[in-house]
Design a protein around this ligand. Structure first.
Ligand SMILES: Cc1cc2nc3c(=O)[nH]c(=O)nc-3n(C[C@H](O)[C@H](O)[C@H](O)COP(=O)(O)OP(=O)(O)OC[C@H]3O[C@@H](n4cnc5c(N)ncnc54)[C@H](O)[C@@H]3O)c2cc1C
Length: 464
C-alpha cells in the first residue's frame, strides 16, 4: 500500500506525517487503510453504513484519548467518537476521508456505588455492562430497548426507555461527564464544574469531545412487570385502536409500544414469528402484580396469541422488544405526534403495509418525558404524546434507496398529527433538521460549540 492511498487529495508528506502521529500516539491500535483489522474496526453496528475514515484508533484509557486528540490536531484531521455504531446512519453524510474514527469499544467498565445509587461508566460501555453491575444491588438504569447500545451515545442524545413515562429521559440521570475536549484537556463537567459544558454535552454529545466516562443515577428497581402481547397482523386495526384508547388513561408507570412487524422467514426464529406479519404491544409497568394485571385487562381481553407479561428481573427488560442481537443493516425515520385520534390509527395501520417496511412502531410518550427538570441540559424533555418510527432492512446496498423511501412514506402518512419535536436518539439518517430536537436551546448550543470546538474538530452523528 502506498501512503498516498490513505487520502488521495492530501499531499504524501502530510498523510505520512498524520499516520506517524497516530502511530506514535496509539501504536498498533491506530489502524490505517490497508492494515489488517482496519475493515473490521471501521464497520459500525448498522451494517447498512459504509464508513471510510482516514484511520480508526482504539483507545484503552483517557490518556490514549488525550494523545489521539493532540495527534489529530497536529495533523489537521478531525475526530469522530463512536462506541458501537448503532447511530452510524446519522453520520453517513459526513465525509470521513480526513477524519479519525475514535472507536471506544475497548474503553468499557462500570463501577456501582449502591449508597448513592450511581454508576461511573467508562466511555464505550454498553447498557448490558451497567445492568450486570447494578443488578446485584437491586438497581437498574434508564436503558433503551437494546442492551448493546452504548450508555454515552444513548444518554447524551436523550435516551427513551421503557421507564420513560415515569422517570423521564435518560439524559436527566447524567450527573457528570469526563470528556477530552478539542484543546486536548481532560475535563470533568457537572452541575458544579464547567456547568456550560455540562449543559451542552447533555444533547450536544460527541460534538463537544470524546467522553471517557460518565456518571449516572440508577433506579431502585430490581424487577418489573414487562413483556409482550402478540396477535396475527390480521388483527392490527382492532389491536391498534384498542391500544390507542388504552394509552389515553394508562398511568405514567406504564411505558409501552405498539408495532406491526413483517418478519422474514428465518430458521433461528421461533415458528410464531418466522415468516409472519404480527402486531405486538410490549413494554414495562412499574406496579404491583395485581395493579399491572388489572391494567393489562383490556388488552388481554383481545385474546393475544402470545402473552409474556410477567414480573421479570430488571436486566431481562432488554430482551422484551426483540431488537436484533447482532449487527444488522437498516434505515429508519421517525416523527413525534401530538395525538393519536382514530384517523391517525387507521393511517398508521395502512402505512405499515408500505412495501419494504419491516417494522412500523408507535412509542407512547407523555408523562415525565414531557417534563423538563430543573437544571436540565440542552435536551431534557420531549414534547408530544407518541413517536412513530419506521424501520426497513437493507440487505444489499442497492436496497438502500427503496428502503429509505419506504420508511419516509411510513412516517409521512402520520404528518397531519406531527408536532415540532424530534427524539435525537431516533435521528438515524442524514437530512433531519436536528435543531427541531433542541427548540429554544439550539442558539445557545451552537454558541457553545463555537466556544469549545472553534475548529470543528469533532464530527458527531447528530452534529450541532
Ligand atoms: C436496535 C436499536 C435499538 C435502539 N433502541 C433505542 C431506544 O429504546 N431508545 C432510544 O432512545 N434510542 C434507541 N436507539 C437509538 C440509539 O440510542 C442511538 O442511535 C444512540 O446514539 C446509539 O449510541 P451508540 O453509542 O451505541 O452508537 P454510536 O453510533 O457509536 O454513537 C452515536 C453517536 O453518539 C456519540 N458518542 C457515542 N459514544 C461517544 C463517546 N464515548 N464520546 C463522545 N460521543 C460519543 C457520537 O456523537 C456518535 O456519533 C436504538 C438503536 C438501535 C439500532
Amino acid at each position: 500500500m502506498s501512503l498516498n492511498d490513505l487520502a488521495l487529495d492530501v499531499p504524501h508528506a502530510a498523510v505520512a506525517a498524520a499516520a506517524a502521529e497516530l502511530r506514535a500516539a496509539l501504536g498498533d491500535r491506530a489502524l490505517l487503510r490497508g492494515d489488517a483489522g482496519y475493515d473490521a474496526a471501521r464497520t459500525p453496528w448498522n451494517l447498512a453504513v459504509a464508513q471510510h475514515p482516514f484511520a480508526v484508533v482504539i483507545p484503552e484509557s483517557a490518556q490514549d484519548v488525550v494523545d489521539v486528540v493532540r495527534a489529530a490536531t497536529l495533523s489537521g484531521l478531525r475526530l469522530a467518537p463512536q462506541s458501537t455504531g448503532h447511530g452510524a446512519g446519522a453520520l453517513s453524510d459526513t465525509d470521513l476521508a480526513h477524519t479519525v474514527l475514535v472507536s471506544l469499544r475497548s474503553l468499557r467498565g462500570v463501577t456501582v456505588d449502591p449508597e448513592t445509587r450511581t454508576a461511573r461508566v467508562l466511555g464505550g460501555s454498553l447498557w448490558n455492562d451497567v445492568l450486570e453491575a447494578a443488578a446485584p444491588h437491586g438497581l437498574t438504569a434508564l436503558h433503551g430497548s437494546a442492551g448493546d447500545v452504548s450508555v454515552v451515545g444513548y444518554s447524551l442524545s436523550g435516551g427513551l426507555s421503557f421507564y420513560a413515562r415515569a422517570h423521564g429521559l435518560a439524559v436527566n440521570a447524567v450527573r457528570a461527564v469526563e470528556v477530552v475536549t478539542a484543546d486536548g484537556s481532560l475535563v470533568r463537567a457537572s452541575a458544579a464544574e464547567h456547568p456550560d459544558l455540562f449543559w451542552a454535552l447533555r444533547g450536544g454529545s460527541g460534538s463537544f469531545g470524546v467522553v471517557v466516562a460518565i456518571e449516572i443515577d440508577l433506579l431502585a428497581v430490581a424487577d418489573v412487570v414487562a413483556g409482550m402481547l402478540l396477535w396475527d397482523a390480521s388483527r392490527a386495526s382492532e389491536v391498534a385502536h384498542a391500544w390507542a384508547q388504552w394509552t389515553q388513561s394508562a398511568p405514567e408507570t406504564a411505558t409501552t409500544t405498539l408495532r406491526i412487524l413483517h418478519i422474514p422467514q428465518m430458521p433461528e426464529l421461533p415458528p410464531f414469528l418466522s415468516g409472519r406479519s404480527v402486531v405486538v404491544i410490549d413494554g414495562a409497568i412499574e406496579e404491583t402484580d395485581a395493579a399491572a394485571s388489572a391494567l393489562l385487562g383490556p388488552l388481554r381481553a383481545l385474546q393475544p396469541e402470545v402473552d409474556t407479561f410477567a414480573r421479570i428481573p430488571a436486566p431481562a427488560l432488554v430482551g422484551v422488544h426483540m431488537d436484533p442481537p447482532e449487527p444488522s443493516p437498516s434505515v429508519t425515520w421517525h416523527a413525534v405526534l401530538g395525538e393519536l385520534p382514530a384517523r391517525a390509527v387507521d393511517a398508521f395501520v395502512e402505512a405499515a403495509q408500505t412495501p419494504g417496511i419491516f417494522v412500523q412502531e408507535l412509542r407512547h410518550l407523555g408523562g415525565a418525558v414531557n417534563r423538563r427538570p430543573e437544571g436540565g441540559g440542552a435536551i431534557a424533555s420531549l414534547d408530544g404524546e407518541y413517536l412513530v418510527h419506521s424501520i426497513a432492512m437493507v440487505p444489499a446496498p442497492e436496497a438502500a434507496a427503496p428502503a429509505t423511501a419506504a420508511v419516509r412514506a411510513g412516517v409521512a402518512a402520520m404528518v397531519a398529527w406531527r408536532v415540532d419535536a424530534l427524539a435525537l436518539t431516533f435521528v438515524d439518517a442524514p437530512g433531519a433538521d436536528r435543531s427541531v430536537a433542541f427548540g429554544a436551546a439550539w442558539a445557545r448550543l451552537r454558541q457553545l460549540k463555537l466556544d469549545y470546538d472553534p475548529a470543528n474538530l469533532f464530527a458527531a452523528a447528530r452534529p450541532v
